[in-house]
Write a protein that binds this ligand. Structure first.
Ligand SMILES: [Zn+2]
Length: 93
């Protein structure tokens, strides 16, 4: 027991590193998903279900993470840019 939990800790670390590049709000939502996955992983009776749910959540989160919203004009950007191509506002921090 505990190996799934350990897996999630490692996954969380990887996710955290990836999300760090994409801005604080996305880091926060990524941490929420990893936290939920950890909760599920700790419930022995729901491990398989939890793993499936977490995989779905992770896939959704990865898709969401690919979409960047400009905090200045709310434009949806396809990828992380240093500056918003619509309004020229600084992105990232
Ligand atoms: Zn903008």
């Amino acid at each position: 027991m505990g190996s799934l939990k350990q897996d999630w800790k490692e996954t969380g670390k990887d996710l955290g590193g990836a999300f760090k590049q994409l801005g604080k709000s996305i880091v926060k939502s990524g941490a929420t998903v990893v936290g939920k996955a950890n909760d599920w992983a700790e419930r022995d009776d729901a491990k398989e279900e939890a793993k499936k749910e977490a995989e779905v959540m992770q896939a959704v989160e990865e898709r969401e993470a690919a979409k960047i919203i400009c905090p200045h004009c709310n434009a949806e950007l396809e990828k992380a840019e240093a500056f918003c191509p619509k309004c020229g506002g600084k992105l990232g921090e």
